[in-house]
Ligand binder design. Structure first.
Ligand code: ADP
Ligand code: MG
Length: 350
């Protein structure tokens, strides 16, 4: 059964087209990440889904019921805003109980629910504290608990972790994912951080300039990006000019390499495009073989767990990544050969 569907959505602010013909179909119980650069329309789309913004055209269907027909308080949606929007003059317990109070739940039941929610977000015992007595991570948890108080059918979060430092942020990503899996709520999180999206999502929705470019599981997007923008937004990649010379070959750096037909089909034979190849699919050797591309080592970045080596090949830089176990014994300025695991490369039109 489809849980959440967007049909032909547009949102204009004067001459700005914030949402430009967006459609989607999110299955029930999934964790969806809306990912894209600042200003691409993520918040606008989330607010349309929440019913806080009226689309210029199109509609949202929730379990086959049109959402715009329902008043906001009947939509059963829990939302965490980027600003968190906690009430500073209320205690933690009063903040979390607020949505229950306005729904007329009595005090005893409210208190029981607050205790349960604080256990759920791993923050027991802070019921009577004020918001300013909490750390950033604790405030985050309170905002999540408050959004979950009404047992929403849909959980929406706008860059919920952006104010946290890296370590805490990565920890909270895992917690949020585990919490969502335990509760099984359809969840949509806005983020501009690809690593965050890869950590949490069942489905990553890559957006740019008001449009959805690709919507797929993280690894699928990593392996089969639809264009260079998506390829470079998800992980690191090499984007090399190429020309398709036959059904299953492209020419790059003046040599022909084999690419499976279905991974080259974005451009027709005889035309130019971009070869997307991930750094871990670039093999570097200190002995240059006949079929290898010749290059000069430009930079070596030893990160301990991985080693990144940039190689200048003709006018372009190719990045290769290897593990310490397979560390190529090379130095800056040295001539090397490189080859590609080309069956894993993908050709895109731009
Ligand atoms: P994101 O969340 O991806 O950073 P937004 O959805 O906030 O992007 O904004 C998308 C575009 O719509 C931007 O160009 C932004 O300036 C514009 N926009 C968003 N909200 C408004 C508004 N209330 N009035 C006018 N323009 C807006
Ligand atoms: Mg935003």
């Amino acid at each position: 059964m489809t849980s959440l569907r967007g049909e032909g959505l547009f949102k204009n602010y004067g001459s700005v087209v914030a949402i430009d013909d967006v459609r989607f179909d999110f299955p029930e119980g999934k964790f969806v990440c809306l990912l894209g650069p600042s200003g691409c329309g993520k918040t606008t789309l989330l607010r349309i889904i929440a019913g806080l913004e009226v689309p210029t055209a199109g509609r949202i269907m929730f379990d086959n019921v049109e959402l715009s027909g329902l008043p906001v308080h009947n939509r059963n949606i829990g939302m965490v805003f980027q600003s968190l929007a906690l009430f500073p003059h209320l205690t933690v317990a009063e903040n979390i109980a607020y949505p229950l109070r306005i729904r007329g739940i009595d005090r005893t039941d409210r208190n029981i629910r607050v205790d349960e929610l604080l256990e759920l977000v791993k923050l027991p015992g802070v019921q009577e504290r004020r918001i300013h007595q909490l750390s950033g991570g604790q405030r985050q948890r309170v905002a999540i608990a408050r959004a979950l108080a009404i047992e929403p059918a849909l959980f929406l979060l706008d860059e919920p972790l952006s104010a946290l430092d890296t370590l805490l942020r990565e920890q909270m990503q895992v917690e949020l994912r585990l919490l969502q899996q335990r509760l099984g709520i359809t969840t949509i999180v806005v983020t501009h951080d690809q690593r965050e999206a890869m950590t949490m999502a069942d489905l990553v929705v890559v957006m740019d300039r008001g449009r959805i470019l690709q919507s797929a599981p993280p690894v699928e997007i990593y392996r089969n990006p639809v264009n260079s923008f998506v390829a470079s937004f998800i992980g690191t990649t090499n984007l090399l000019s190429c020309r398709r010379v036959s059904d299953n070959a492209v020419e790059v750096f003046g040599n022909s390499i084999v690419i499976p037909n279905e991974r080259a089909s974005a451009i027709s034979v005889g035309t130019e495009g971009t070869l997307n190849i991930r750094p871990e699919d670039v093999v570097l050797k200190h002995n240059v073989g006949d079929d290898d591309f010749k290059g000069i080592v430009e930079f070596i970045r030893d990160l301990g767990a991985s080693i990144e080596i940039s190689v200048r090949v003709q006018e372009q830089t190719v990045l290769s990544v290897s593990t310490p176990k397979n560390r190529p014994q090379v130095e800056i300025g040295q001539s090397v050969g490189i080859s590609f695991h080309s069956s894993r490369a993908v050709v895109t039109a731009q």
